[in-house]
Design a protein around this ligand. Structure first.
Ligand code: G3P
Length: 217
């Protein structure tokens, strides 16, 4: 399963990409709004760092505006992916942009019916938000399992990009369900490394080693 960073923060992205396990980046207007500087320059810089798919989202809500902004975003860099919301105009824009060979990530997906429309419109990625579904008392991962089933039934090529991941269990369950990608904030990616027994085990190994080296010295 591919792992994307869900952030517009260049420093955090540089740190995680340097480890070698990151495959892409997703942003949205809220994440980019938090960062200093021009959003276009920031997206360009992020593309140069990650050298993988980087999603930048349109803020227009009408078809014509989405197409104009979509072309603008796609022109920032070869790694750019245009993010559009799962609305009528968003699906229509996805169909047009993907028809022009532009990669589209259909975001704000909360139902299997919506995910079916994104695949039929030729989306490269669909982004179901599991954390926000959990927030309203429904099990977000159930939606991922539904979408995996539907996409497999019809060999849709749209990749399932699990978004709004709030903790490592979302990432593990995404992988177990056969999703293609999970995108997580840097803090959640940091948690993926952690296990107390790893820390305790390493400490003991090193202490035993130093003890024996001290005796032999
Ligand atoms: O890109 C979508 C993601 O950023 C939403 O995450 O935690 O705001 O639900 P969250």
């Amino acid at each position: 399963m591919k792992l994307f960073i869900d952030s517009g923060n260049i420093k955090d992205i540089e740190t995680l990409v340097a480890i070698g396990i990151i495959d892409g980046v997703t942003t949205n207007p809220s994440l980019l709004a938090k960062e200093p500087g021009n959003y276009r320059d920031n997206l360009k810089r992020i593309c140069q760092i990650v050298k993988g798919p980087v999603s930048g989202e349109v803020t227009a809500t009408d078809f014509a505006g989405m197409i104009q902004q979509g072309h603008d975003i796609a022109a920032i860099d070869e790694y750019m992916v245009v993010k559009v919301p799962l609305t009528r105009d968003g699906i229509k824009a996805c169909k047009t942009l993907s028809g022009e060979g532009i990669r589209v990530n259909v975001t704000l997906c909360f139902s299997a019916a919506q995910a079916l429309l994104a695949a039929k419109a030729g989306a490269t990625f669909v982004s179901p938000f599991v954390g926000r579904l959990d927030d309203v008392g429904t099990t977000g991962m159930d939606l991922i399992r539904e979408i995996v089933d539907i996409y497999e039934n019809y060999d849709f090529t749209t990749e399932i990009l699990v978004a709004s991941c709030r903790h490592p269990i979302h990432v593990v369950e995404a992988a177990r369900s056969g999703a293609d990608i999970a995108t997580c904030p840097p803090a959640v990616i940091d948690q993926l490394f952690n296990h107390p027994l790893t820390t305790i085990g390493l400490e003991k190994f090193l202490k035993d080693w130093e003890k024996t080296q001290a005796v032999k010295a």
